[in-house]
Design a protein around this ligand. Structure first.
Ligand code: HEM
Length: 515
C-alpha cells in the first residue's frame, strides 16, 4: 500500500493497484480456487450458481466498456509537461503560464467522426485535447489540429455531427448527407478547405500542429482583460499523408497514429510542441475586420503576431489506456483563475456539453477518477451519487452558508466572503469589452426600497397573529431549536429579534424554559 500512496500525486501512476502477484483473488479478496476450470455438478454435469467466481468474472466482463464519446470516439494519448520559458504575465495571472512554471499534463488526440475502432488515417479533423494539472485546478484546452471550425453556433453541433456519422437506414457513412450539410452551411467552407487539403490526413499525430481554435479570455493581476488564441506548433514539423497513402494505411494499420505515438515515447523520442499565443487587447475586438469570436475565422498573424509562451513535451505513455485515455474527461469548462471563456457561441455551448456527456458516459463522480482528479485539494459541497469514492470528515458541513465556512459564503455579519466577486478572480466571470454586450457579474438581486428580509415576516407577526398564535409560534421555534450549538442559538435570537424584538424575547424565554 505504501508504494501506492507514495505515487498518489503522480498523474500517470495514481490509481495503479499495488503489484500483487501469485494467488488471484475475487473482488472481495478471497482466494480463487481456479481461473481455468469452473465448478460443475460432476465431471460431465452443468455449471452451477455456486461458482460465484465464474459468475462474477463473466458479469464484470460484460461491463468492461463505458459508452464511447459521440464525437471523437477514437483516440490515443500520453502525458508530459508544459514548460513556460517566456513571460506572458502581463496578459494573464494564470499560475500555469507564469515564467519558469512546469506543469504536468495529459493529452488526447482523436478523430471526430469515426467510432472507437475506426482507422486513425481516415480523412478527418483531428482532436488535440490537453489537460494541465495546475495548482489552481485542472485547466483543459480541448482543441483540434485546425484553427477554425465548421460552424459558429452550438445549436448546430448535433446536426453537424449527425451529418458526418451514419445513416439511420443502413448504418453507412454518406457523402450525400455530408455535402448536403456543408453546402447549406457556407460558414463551413474555411474548415472544409482544411479538411479536404493536406491537413485532413496527418502522417502521425506527432507531426501535426494544434490550436485552441476559440478565442479565450486572459486576465492579468491588475484585472485587465485580453483576448487570446492558442497555437501549438510541432517541433517534429508538419507532415501529412497523401490521400492514397492515408487510405492504404487505414487498411494496413487502423491504429497507426496510436502506435506511432506510443512507440516514439517508448523509445525516448519525446515529441515537443512550441506553445504560442496571439493576444488581442480587449478594446480591439469591436472594430477588428473579422468578428474575433467567430470560430470560423482566424486572426491575421500580421495583425496579431504569435508570441512565445514555452513548449510542452510528451515523455510518458499511459499505464492503462482505458483508465487514463478512455476515462479522461476533458472539458472546455475546466478553467482556472486568470483564464475565462469569451462570447464565442460555440464555446458557450461547449461549456455545458462536455461535463454533461461525461456524467452519462462515465458517471456523475467521474471527476474523482485518478486521471481526472486535480493535484490540489478539492473542497466541494457536491457529494454522494453513484460510486462516491470520497466522503467528507464528519465535522465538514455539506451546505452553504454555514458557521465554519471560510472564503465562500455569508459570514456572521451577513457579508458575502466569496472570492468570485470581481471579474477575473473567478474563472467563470469575464469582462465583456463589447459595448453592445454587458459584463457578466455575480450580483445580488436588485434591491427595491422595502426589500428588507425581515419586514414582511415582521408584519405577519405583528398584524396577522393574535396573542395566542404568537406564543405558539415562539414555543414551536424553541422546540425545533433543541440540540443547537451555542453559536447557532445566538444566531437564532438575532434572527427572530430581527423579525420582531418581542418574538426574539419570547423565543429566548421559551428556549430557556426547555433547558
Ligand atoms: C457546440 C459545439 C460542440 C459541442 C456541443 C461538442 C461536444 C463534444 C462532446 C460532448 C464531446 C465528448 C466529451 C466526452 O465525453 O469526453 C466532445 C469531444 C471533443 N470535442 Fe467537441 N464539441 C463541440 C465543438 C468542438 C470544437 C469547436 C472543437 C475543437 C476546436 C472540439 C473538439 C473536441 C475534442 C478534441 C474532443 C475529444 C476530447 C477528448 O479527447 O476526450 N469540439 N465534443
Amino acid at each position: 500500500m505504501s508504494d501506492q500512496n507514495s505515487k498518489a500525486n503522480d498523474i500517470v501512476e495514481r490509481g495503479l493497484r499495488p503489484n500483487v502477484t501469485g494467488q488471484t483473488t475475487r473482488h472481495n479478496g478471497a482466494p480463487v480456487a481456479s481461473e481455468n476450470i469452473s465448478v460443475t455438478a460432476g465431471p460431465q454435469g452443468p455449471n452451477i450458481l455456486n461458482d460465484i467466481h465464474l459468475i462474477e468474472k463473466l458479469a464484470h466482463f460484460n461491463r468492461e466498456n463505458v459508452p464511447e464519446r459521440i464525437p471523437h470516439a477514437k483516440g490515443h494519448g500520453a502525458f508530459g509537461e508544459l514548460h513556460v520559458t517566456a513571460d506572458v504575465s502581463q496578459y494573464t495571472k494564470a499560475k500555469l503560464f507564469q515564467p519558469g512554471t512546469v506543469t504536468p499534463m495529459g493529452i488526447r488526440f482523436s478523430t471526430v467522426a469515426g467510432e472507437k475502432g475506426s482507422p486513425d488515417t481516415w480523412r478527418d479533423v483531428h482532436g488535440f485535447a490537453m489537460r494541465f494539472y495546475t495548482e489552481d485546478g485542472n485547466y483543459d484546452i480541448v482543441g483540434n489540429n485546425t484553427p477554425i471550425f465548421f460552424i459558429r453556433d452550438g445549436v448546430k453541433f448535433p446536426d453537424f455531427i449527425h451529418s458526418q456519422k451514419r445513416l439511420g437506414r443502413n448504418g453507412l457513412r454518406d457523402a450525400d448527407m455530408q455535402w448536403d450539410f456543408w453546402t447549406r452551411t457556407p460558414e463551413s467552407a474555411h474548415q472544409v478547405t482544411y479538411l479536404m487539403g493536406d491537413r485532413g490526413t496527418p502522417k502521425t499525430t506527432r507531426h501535426m500542429n494544434g490550436y485552441g481554435s476559440h478565442t479565450f479570455q486572459w486576465v492579468n493581476e491588475a484585472g485587465e482583460a485580453f483576448w487570446v488564441k492558442y497555437h501549438f506548433l510541432s517541433r517534429q514539423g508538419v507532415e501529412n499523408f497523401t490521400d492514397a497513402e492515408a487510405t492504404e494505411m487505414a487498411g494496413i494499420n487502423a491504429d497507426h497514429h496510436r502506435q506511432d505515438l506510443y512507440e516514439a515515447i517508448d523509445r525516448g523520442d519525446y515529441p515537443v510542441w512550441d506553445v504560442k499565443v496571439q493576444i488581442m487587447p480587449a478594446a480591439d475586438a469591436e472594430n477588428y475586420r473579422w468578428n474575433p469570436f467567430d470560430l470560423t475565422k482566424t486572426w491575421s498573424k500580421k495583425d496579431y503576431p504569435r508570441i512565445d509562451v514555452g513548449h510542452f513535451v510528451l515523455n510518458r505513455n499511459p499505464r492503462n489506456h482505458f483508465a487514463q485515455i478512455e476515462q479522461i474527461a476533458l472539458d472546455p469548462g475546466n478553467l482556472v483563475p486568470g483564464i475565462g471563456l469569451s462570447p464565442d457561441r460555440m464555446l458557450q455551448a461547449r461549456a455545458f456539453a462536455y461535463a454533461d456527456q461525461q456524467r452519462y458516459r462515465i458517471g456523475p463522480n467521474y471527476r474523482d477518477l485518478p486521471v481526472n482528479r486535480p493535484i490540489n485539494d478539492v473542497n466541494t459541497y457536491s457529494n454522494r451519487g453513484p460510486m462516491a469514492y470520497f466522503f467528507d470528515d464528519e465535522d465538514q458541513p455539506t451546505y452553504s452558508p454555514n458557521r465554519f465556512e471560510k472564503g465562500a459564503g455569508y459570514l456572521d455579519n451577513g457579508e458575502d466572503s466569496s472570492s468570485g466577486q470581481s471579474y477575473g478572480q473567478a474563472a467563470d466571470v469575464y469582462v465583456n469589452p463589447d459595448p453592445h454586450g454587458t459584463d457578466l457579474v455575480r450580483a445580488a438581486y436588485v434591491q427595491h426600497p422595502e426589500d428588507d428580509d425581515f419586514i414582511q415576516p415582521g408584519i405577519l407577526y405583528r398584524e396577522v397573529l393574535d396573542e395566542a398564535a404568537k406564543q405558539r409560534l415562539a414555543e414551536n421555534i424553541a422546540g425545533a431549536m433543541e440540540g443547537v450549538s451555542e453559536s447557532v442559538e445566538e444566531r437564532c435570537y438575532w434572527y427572530w429579534s430581527s423579525v420582531d424584538e418581542d418574538l426574539g424575547q419570547r423565543v429566548k424565554t421559551a428556549f430557556a424554559a426547555k433547558k
